[in-house]
Write a protein that binds this ligand. Structure first.
Ligand SMILES: Cc1cc2nc3c(=O)[nH]c(=O)nc-3n(C[C@H](O)[C@H](O)[C@H](O)COP(=O)(O)OP(=O)(O)OC[C@H]3O[C@@H](n4cnc5c(N)ncnc54)[C@H](O)[C@@H]3O)c2cc1C
Length: 420
């Protein structure tokens, strides 16, 4: 795309620097609010096509019947920070060589600085037959709000039989989510005396229960306690809902793959996840399809006026809202410094967090940074399942998200590396 007269020029008024934020999800709203708090006169616009905004970390709780779907949703309009322009469209192309993005409504938008945070693509098409059967025939997923509601209906009605839980290759949003719902279901069945007549199987593409080895023992304890079968190197490739059959590509230790069919009464599916097509096809992407930023400064490695964070970024942290909370102040401080031609003052250490719901009312709070460093916020052994962390997940973190983070708040919950 070349810069043409159709391009809406940067700046609403003389001398105003225009920042375009692509994506009004967790990252986009937080960065916009923080930018306005630091520099009220800045011209900030968010490009976001959706009317509704979801608190995705709550979807696991919707699937377990702890939250209603309504508790996880707000109108996007109500979250756009004061003084920020909402452009209700999707970006269809990035042209960072000309500082322009193309929009789905046909316009092209010029910018001085770009914050690209449009999230990732959940590839429902990558599993053959999934789209046709998702939301019926015992096939559910907490990776969509409506089918998370269906997860809870299936759990409530489960009278025994086989329940499968799939997990694709990494990276995915919240790497713990595929197994969190499994433990919640197992606990629910045990409380109703139905666990003994049920077979739960965790079928994962990888070779470990969790990417950070420190947190594997408490998860293994949960798996053993509920009698769950764990099937490593099992990659879900097709589903036949009416026949209640799932097809896995199973790779042996020598790398030889064969297809294995498993029957189910219920299956919780997590599809593979990639960069969005619009990102993958742009000069912003790395070879893997993620927006290529410096791991510490979150500034693009080729375009100095571009920053990225959240699920879309190439950083190797856990793709979580917890990571976004820590990345946002880094992007804002570094972006403001870039405007003044100064060195980047802040760096991100790769912090992410995964509240692993090993039972109803009990959580192992996994907090970690780049390189698998264990970096808890509290001086407590994080491997121990705790009721206090359940309250953190169900009460404090939703409040923190809606009332603090998305408003550009300044509460700093310090995490640090501790030894045990
Ligand atoms: C089931 C589940 C459980 C989770 N559990 C946890 C948890 O316990 N703890 C935790 O911290 N995190 C959890 N997460 C992850 C967390 O929700 C995400 O990491 C976080 O929302 C990422 O924020 P983001 O802004 O990068 O992406 P998103 O919040 O997904 O926002 C991206 C936005 O970009 C918009 N967009 C898409 N394409 C375009 C386009 N072309 N142009 C403009 N806008 C576009 C989308 O509409 C969306 O609003 C969970 C996620 C899921 C799905």
């Amino acid at each position: 795309m070349s810069k043409s007269s159709a391009v809406v020029a940067p700046g609403n008024g003389p001398g105003l620097t225009r920042v375009i934020i692509v994506g009004g999800g967790a990252a986009g709203i937080t960065v916009a609010a923080e930018l306005k708090r630091h520099m009220a006169g800045l011209d900030v616009a968010i490009v976001e096509p959706s009317e509704a905004h979801s608190y995705q970390p709550g979807w696991t709780l919707v699937g377990a019947g702890v939250f209603t779907r309504r508790q996880t949703e707000r109108m996007e309009r109500s979250l756009i920070p004061e003084g920020v322009t909402w452009i209700k469209a999707a970006v269809t192309a990035f042209d960072p060589d000309h500082n322009v993005v193309s929009l789905s409504d046909g316009r092209a938008l010029g910018y001085d600085y770009l914050v690209a945070c449009p999230g990732l693509k959940i590839d429902w098409d990558a599993i053959q037959g999934l789209k046709e059967t998702l939301g019926k025939n015992g096939v559910c997923s907490n990776y969509r709000a409506d089918t998370a509601e269906y997860t809870w209906r299936l759990i409530q009605g489960f009278q025994g039989g086989t329940a499968l839980f799939s997990q694709p290759a990494m990276p995915i949003k919240c790497a713990g989510a595929p197994q969190k719902i499994m433990y919640m279901m197992a606990d629910h069945l045990r409380r109703r005396g139905r666990l003994d007549s049920s077979k739960l199987k965790f079928c994962l593409a990888g070779e470990a229960l969790f990417g950070v080895p420190f947190f594997v023992p408490p998860l293994q304890t949960a798996v053993d306690d509920y009698g769950i079968d764990v099937c490593y190197r099992h990659n879900l490739i097709a589903i036949n809902g009416p026949a209640k059959a799932a097809l896995f590509s199973v790779t042996d230790k020598d790398g030889v793959a064969r297809d294995v069919e498993m029957r189910f009464d219920m299956i919780h599916v997590v599809p593979p996840q990639t960069g969005l097509d619009v990102v993958r096809e742009s000069p912003l992407a790395n070879a893997a399809g993620w927006i290529e930023v410096d791991q510490a400064t979150l500034r693009h490695v080729r375009y100095e006026n571009v920053f990225s964070l959240g699920d879309a970024a190439s950083t190797t942290n856990a793709k979580t809202a917890a990571a976004v909370r820590l990345q946002s102040p880094v992007v804002v401080a570094n972006l403001l410094a870039a405007m003044q031609g100064k060195a980047m003052p802040k760096s991100y250490d790769g912090y992410g967090s995964c509240p692993l719901t090993v039972a109803l009312g009990k959580i192992v709070l996994a907090e970690f940074a780049y390189g698998g460093k264990v970096t808890p916020s509290f001086p407590l052994d994080p491997r121990v399942p705790r009721k206090s962390m359940w309250y953190l997940k169900t009460k404090f973190l939703p409040w923190l998200y809606w009332s603090h983070m998305l408003k550009g708040g300044t509460i700093d919950i310090r995490h640090r590396e501790r030894g045990w």
